[in-house]
Write a protein that binds this ligand. Sequence first.
Ligand SMILES: [Zn+2]
Length: 471
Amino acid sequence: MGVKLIKGGTVVNANHIGEADVLIEEEKIVGVISPQSEIAISALHGDTDIIDASGMYVIPGGVDAHVHLQLPMSPEATSSDTFASGTAAAAWGGTTTVIDFAGQIKGTAIPHAIETRLEEASGQCAIDYAFHLSVGDVNNQSLIDLSNMLEEGISSYKLFMAYPDSWYSDDGQILQVMQLAADTGAMIMMHAENGIAIDVLRDQAFERGATGSIWHGRTRPPELEGEAAHRAIQLAVVAGSPLYIVHLSSSNALNEVARARNDGKNVFAETCPQYLYLSLEEHLDQPGIDGVRHICSPPLRKLADGHQDSLWKGLRTDDLSVVATDHCPFCDAEKRLGIDDFRQAPNGLGVIEHRMDLLFQGVLQGEISLQRWVEICSTTPARLFGLQGKKGVIAPGADADIVIYDPKKEHVLGAETHHMAIDHSAWEGVSVTGQAISVLSRGNFVVQNRQFVGEQGHGKFLKRNIPDFLR
Ligand SMILES: [Zn+2]
């Protein structure tokens, strides 16, 4: 510990890029200084630890605003990354903050959900973590409990228009939570798919013998994501709350978000690497386990319909503000539950380790700029979820969560080399250029020259402020 100087790199922030040295004292960044400055030169002669970053980008650690570690999806299937393995894998890929969820199951109390989740994560994480609250039972007591959640450092509530059997809230319940958020300043997160209609389509398909994984996609058409996004936006406008649509996958939903943003509404949306790179035809439409491995909700979309191009464009125009992973991995043993009935497959993919690298390919391909990469993967998620000033930026006073990123390093993704606790990879054999070489969390190395040197329990629970955006 003590004083460190990251020397010789190119510092990339969302709003500035330039050659600079980064001075760290204990857990904080204390200076972003010219390499020719007296402090930088005198540091070379003191007992400062010098970290060579020549030829590297020095970026704020990634902030993954949507992950599901050790999430019990059903009695038979719990997502396979624990808080320990999932946060370590995140760090390997250059992410230094994850925001998971405490989930209020129907018939249970919100404070209990938070206590349970805090206990599960405590002492386990390699990097800092926080929780959104998934609201599964909107009633009078829930509304009272939610209004007290800011003191617990939880400033975002997630609601579901999907999953009528479990997490679903009706429009009246959604409106009530939005009204509360308008008062408290919290962020509303929405799973925007019309679950009532989807469940009808799913059961109709199954009953006529359409049981394969492709039907997961065909029974969750993009129109029902667009419809739900539209409805969520109107409800948020009426209530006066901000709205953040999670895992947006289709141009149908994106068009609704773009229109609301053009009207000056506080509507934000995230997409995920799987919707930018994987498709219904190439991945979901495969026989047996290969198709089932790619079941996630919303589903992978049809490449031929142009959704991927729209999403990249949305990232450029800021109609999409964030890329998160919705990391929710299941091994083949659990995924097999869906082989003869797509409805039984646990939903989710393993992505947490690869987000920074996959989006860096977008920089190399000219889809987004280098600064925009940092903005959507780190700076904006920190701001929208109340971590502004602390995470997502390389500046004096911020936590020293820093990634030294080699933009030229080539490597191949796959189950043999990844660090996620999943026995297959949606990214098997994908070649990428660019890799996190060293990763610091609050001034401590978690990854150093591609060696894991982190510590289980180093990661702290982050109490978050209210979101930072123009009101
Ligand atoms: Zn999710």
